[in-house]
Design a protein around this ligand. Structure first.
Ligand code: NAD
Length: 503
């Protein structure tokens, strides 16, 4: 089978170890087509031994990869970029088949991934060291940035291509080998990416994909041959990954969940704001860590904004992502039920259901995991529907009296991933950017995902550990500094001196 083909229904999605596909030997899990609600194929779930084998392959591949010339490593990175651009439609189709997001949205995630792939080609500049000549007579000091060894990447279901490619290109370019454990819910994109890297000339073992669940993750977190972990997923697992990996001596960055608020001041352009709220709330069915989940509307404009948002929602086409729709299904039946549960909770707690997405009329199979765009107003902040991450197409309006009340709610929230302010008042926007306790801030931009050369990462419960995804932080995260003090003997040196070295 070539990588352009999608797996057939009878296939079990294999691992990719030491440069080739590897059948699993034990447990499997079903992979659904969420638009049909049916099991499309199975995925192998690696045993502890299989993960150890993958780590051993990565460890064995590391020294030669680390020592390959910069020019040759860079050529592979450029070739991968060209292949990814050429094959992005194939990859997007794989994403839609397993995740459910519409084709244009899948292409959007690949476009953001390509930004990081392109950034990674700058590794010679980003990882070069420094040199100080003659710190003492005939003595030079220089610093090197060297790769860490084997890096583990553990990724979530919602961006099956982009999140692995937030990390892998820079980790690889910097000279590390990588073991990627993608989400078991939509694992095929990772195999496609690994095979594309192989086609680009990446040596066998340098990028390995193992599928699995907690059993596989735990091996990566505890194995002595894994030097660093990059994780993205929900907050409880991010915290677990951070604590377990750190305890086992690894450098860990673990990005978690979110509850992103958009504060709308009375002077905002309400048409632009309503467009932004709808796009950011319902794109990818709200299954984005930077989705807007709560609109904080200052009371004087709340009725008008609610009406404008509700009106725009009528135009959203929900249905099968392979057709001309705007929004696809949710990832699983369990997740659909959870999201529907939150709508019921909000209603029971006194919220108004302005647009009810529990209506099953969609352009797709009735068995798909559908929830249509839902708008809640006057959501009480005591409700679990306000407090917890819903991760679905549910936008909650919470009415506030003032900028101060809105800011206080955002800063009291345990998450700190993204936020946005909508206003035409530059002073208010500047004050917000200064006062808000959130890692990524939009000013009249609802989804402020930084471009590749700025780094991505939240604050508080949205990220654990040091170092963010991509940008210059990533080159530091995947390398460590070594400082060399060097003297080449010449006839002027010599003689005994037991004193502490001084210049
Ligand atoms: P998840 O936490 O369920 O899974 C993430 C990864 O962890 C998967 O590879 C999964 O196999 C593994 N995993 C699951 N349970 C585990 C356990 N008990 N022990 C060890 N590993 C385990 O997350 P998800 O549902 O795949 O993704 C959605 C979540 O990810 C949301 O909370 C979303 O906000 C978050 N997310 C955050 C960002 C960010 O940048 N902050 C980006 C994307 C998604």
């Amino acid at each position: 089978m070539t990588i352009t083909e999608q797996p057939t229904t009878t296939e079990t999605i294999p691992h990719f170890i030491a440069g080739s596909r590897r059948e699993g030997s034990g447990r499997t899990a079903p992979v659904f087509n969420p638009a049909l609600g049916t099991v499309a194929r199975e995925v192998a779930l690696a045993s502890a031994d299989e993960v150890a084998e993958a780590i051993a392959a990565a460890k064995a591949a590391f020294p030669a990869w680390r020592d390959l010339s910069i020019a040759k490593r860079q050529a592979i990175m450029f070739r991968f970029r060209e292949l990814l651009v050429a094959r992005k439609d194939d990859l997007a189709r794989i994403i839609t088949a397993e995740h459910g997001k519409v084709h244009s949205d899948a292409l959007g995630e690949i476009a953001r991934a390509i930004e990081v792939v392109e950034l990674a080609t700058a590794f010679p500049l980003m990882t070069k060291g420094e040199f100080s000549e003659n710190v003492s007579t005939g003595v030079d000091v220089y610093s090197l940035r060297q790769p860490l060894g084997v890096v583990g990447i553990i990724s979530p279901f919602n961006f099956p291509a982009m999140v692995p490619l937030w990390f892998a290109p820079i980790a690889l370019a910097a000279g590390n080998s990588v073991v990627l454990k993608p989400s078991e819910k939509d694992p095929s994109a990772a195999v496609f990416i690994a095979e594309l890297y192989a086609e680009a000339g990446l040596p066998a073992g340098v990028l390995t994909v193992v599928h699995g669940d907690k059993e596989a993750v735990d091996v990566l977190l505890t194995h002595e041959d894994v030097a660093a972990i990059s994780f993205v997923g929900s907050t409880p697992i991010a915290q677990y990954v951070y604590e377990t990996g750190s305890k086992h001596g690894k450098r860990v960055q673990a990005l978690g969940g979110a509850k992103n608020h958009m504060l709308v001041l009375p002077d905002a352009d309400l048409d632009v704001t309503a467009d932004a709220a709808v796009n950011a709330g319902f794109g990818s069915a709200g299954e984005r860590c930077m989705a807007i989940s709560v609109v904080l509307a200052v009371e004087s404009i709340a009725d008008e904004l609610q009406a404008k948002i509700a009106e725009r929602m009528q135009g959203i086409r929900t249905g099968d992502g392979t057709r001309d729709n705007d929004m696809g299904p949710l990832i699983s039946a369990a997740h659909r039920d959870k999201v529907v549960g939150y709508i019921g909770t909000a209603e029971a707690d006194g919220a108004t259901v302005v647009v009810d997405g529990r209506d099953p009329e969609v352009d797709g199979d009735p068995n798909g995991f559908w929830v249509k765009p839902t708008l809640l107003d006057k959501v009480p902040t005591e409700s679990k529907a306000y407090q917890e991450e819903i991760f679905g197409p549910v936008l909650s309006i919470v009415r506030v009296a003032s900028y101060e009340e809105g800011l206080e709610l955002i800063n009291a929230n345990p998450f700190g991933n993204g936020t946005a302010i909508f206003t035409n008042d530059g002073g208010a926007a500047r004050r917000f950017q200064n006062e808000v306790q959130v890692g990524m801030v939009g000013v009249n931009v609802p989804i402020p995902v930084p471009v590749g050369y700025h780094s991505f990462g939240g604050w508080k419960q949205s990220a654990f550990g040091q170092g963010k995804a991509y940008g210059k932080h990533a080159f530091d995260f995947y390398t460590r500094e070594k400082v060399v003090t060097s003297r080449w003997l010449d006839p002027s040196h010599g003689g005994l001196n037991l004193g502490f070295p001084s210049n």
